[in-house]
Write a new protein. Structure first.
Length: 302
């Protein structure tokens, strides 16, 4: 099938290249001309505008958007709509908030156009390993996209699925990322404990390799952890600063709205937020209060 790809950053370009390798004609556009030039080397047909991309696709058109969540998704869809026709499909493969997706799907549906939300996991490894895709949207649109899903997934019958109506794909991906926060925090705390037990002088990379096989805690995330420990066992040069791209926050907000306990995910988000505070005001306050009520020494900065 013919597919248009808007957003040729690392993940978008890799997805487009996997589609090309799978025999799909793929046309790409990005505001960065260098990204278009790089994509063309992988067999992607580059164009210089959204209008040109739409014109190059046969009806019904499939335009896959891989841009950061937020206003830019809105702008891309607005720029696309004048060049699309009823029956065409827009795929939002980024991490949009599912509530925004529901609203957008209703807007484009008024023009007879389908919006399919595809929560996509796989990162930089997706080109080689395939992507996990959680797709929300109308049945007929999902079925039309089946060849693309089967190409992008690890296997035609694994790693992707139709999760339900518009918004469900992004909702499932949001929860997926919240779980990811908790898993990462658990591994990080566990390896910190291992490192702190100086009595045994443990080789953390060796431990990670032991756990990778036969253990109940084995996972692809542990595989990647083992790789990181092999490359840099002391984490020298790695700043203790962990960003979050929003999905963990949305997951915690949703837990509150639904009255569902999610303490592990919530705490893992708080740990990320704490990692970005170079001043650590709350810890300074704790030290000062301890000094006030107990007369304990307050450690001073140099």
């Amino acid at each position: 099938m013919d597919i248009g790809m808007i957003g040729l950053g690392k993940m978008g370009a890799n997805m487009a290249e996997r589609l090309v390798r799978g025999g799909h004609r793929t046309i790409g556009f990005d505001r960065d001309s260098d990204a278009i030039a790089a994509a063309e080397k992988a067999g992607i047909e580059g164009v210089e505008s959204v209008e040109a991309l739409a014109a190059a696709l046969p009806a019904p058109r499939t335009v896959w958007i891989m841009v950061p969540a937020g206003p830019i998704v809105e702008k891309v869809i607005e720029s696309l709509l004048p060049h699309l026709e009823p029956g065409d499909i827009i795929v939002d493969g980024g991490n949009s908030n599912y509530k925004d997706t529901i609203a957008r799907s209703e807007t484009v549906a008024a023009s007879g156009i389908h919006l399919v939300d595809v929560g996509t996991s796989g990162g930089i490894w997706g080109l080689a390993e395939g992507y996990s895709m959680m797709a929300g949207g109308p049945d007929e649109a999902i079925e039309h996209l089946r060849p693309a899903f089967e190409t992008l997934a690890p296997a035609a019958d694994r790693g992707w699925g139709h999760t339900g109506p518009s918004g469900s794909g992004h909702f499932v991906k949001m929860i997926h990322n919240g779980i990811e926060y908790g898993l990462m925090e658990a591994y990080a705390e566990g390896f910190a404990l291992l490192r702190a037990k100086e009595q045994f002088q443990l080789d953390l990379h060796q431990v990670s390799e032991i756990w990778r096989h036969g253990s109940v805690v084995r996972s692809w995330l542990l595989d990647l952890t083992a790789r990181a420990l092999e490359e840099n066992p002391t984490m020298e040069g790695v700043a203790p600063f962990v960003p979050d791209s929003g999905e963990g926050r949305w997951t915690v907000f949703e837990a509150i709205d639904l009255n569902v306990e999610a303490p592990v995910i919530a705490l893992s988000l708080m740990r990320r937020i704490d990692s970005r505070d170079p001043f650590d005001y709350s810890d300074r306050m704790l030290s000062a209060m301890r000094g006030q009520f107990g007369g304990h020494a307050v450690r001073r900065e140099d």
